[in-house]
Design a protein around this ligand. Structure first.
Ligand code: INI
Length: 184
C-alpha cells in the first residue's frame, strides 16, 4: 500500500502560487489576503512585491474569479491557485447566483486543469460573519494558504510517480490537457 499526502516541511522555495482577489467587499478580501500571505511567509514563501513565487491578480468581484483561475491554471505556471473573496447576502437573490457560479467555476477550473484551485471565497449572511472569518475571530485566509501548500506538495508527489503507483497519474497527459483547452 502507498499512502500519499502533502507535507509542509519540504523546500518551499520550489513552489509558485497565484492569488486571485475579488475587490468587491475588499474590507474582507484584503484581510483574507493578509492572513494568506502571513501563512505562506511563515512557510518560507516569498510573498513580497518582488517575489517570483507569488503573483497577485485582482478582479472586480467573485463572479469574475473563475475565468481568471482557469486561464492561470492552464498556463501551468503555478503549483496551486488561491481564490479569495467575500460574497455577502443582500436583499435580493443576487448572492445565490454569484456564489453558485463562483463555486462551480472554481471547481471546473481545478478539475479541468488538474491544478489545485483553492475555494477561498467566504459566503456569509452578514458582514459581521465575514469579518469574524477574516481576522476578528480567526482568519480563513491563513487556512486557504495552508490548503494550497498541502495540495501543491501532494500534487508534486503524485505527478512524480512515473511507475504508475498512483492509478490516476496518467489521466492528465499533455494531450488530454491540450484537448481540454480546445474543448473545455
Ligand atoms: N461580488 C462579490 O465578490 N461579493 C458579493 O457579495 C457580491 N454581491 O453581493 O453582489 C458580488 N457581486 C459582484 C459580482 O461578483 C460581479 O463582479 C458583478 O456581477 C459583475 O459581473
Amino acid at each position: 500500500m502507498t499512502v500519499f499526502e502533502g507535507t509542509f516541511a519540504q523546500d518551499s522555495s520550489l513552489f509558485r502560487f497565484a492569488i486571485i482577489i475579488a475587490r468587491f467587499n475588499d474590507l474582507v478580501s484584503e484581510k483574507l489576503l493578509s492572513g494568506c500571505q502571513d501563512c505562506l511567509k511563515r512557510h518560507g514563501i516569498d510573498v513580497s512585491p518582488e517575489s517570483n513565487q507569488v503573483d497577485y491578480i485582482w478582479v472586480p468581484g467573485s463572479f469574475e474569479v473563475s475565468v481568471v483561475a482557469r486561464q492561470l491554471a492552464f498556463s501551468r505556471r503555478y503549483d496551486a491557485i488561491i481564490c479569495l473573496g467575500a460574497i455577502i447576502k443582500g436583499q435580493t437573490p443576487h448572492f445565490d447566483y454569484v456564489a453558485s457560479e463562483a463555486a462551480k467555476g472554481i471547481a471546473a477550473a481545478s478539475f479541468q486543469s488538474g491544478v489545485p484551485v483553492i475555494f477561498g471565497i467566504l459566503t456569509t449572511d452578514t458582514l459581521q460573519q465575514a469579518l469574524e472569518r477574516a481576522g476578528i475571530k480567526s482568519n480563513h485566509g491563513w487556512h486557504y494558504a495552508l490548503n494550497a501548500l498541502e495540495m501543491a506538495s501532494l500534487m508534486r508527489k503524485l505527478n512524480s510517480c512515473s511507475d504508475n503507483t498512483y492509478p490516476g497519474n496518467n489521466l492528465l497527459t499533455a494531450e488530454t490537457i491540450k484537448n481540454l483547452d480546445k474543448n473545455p
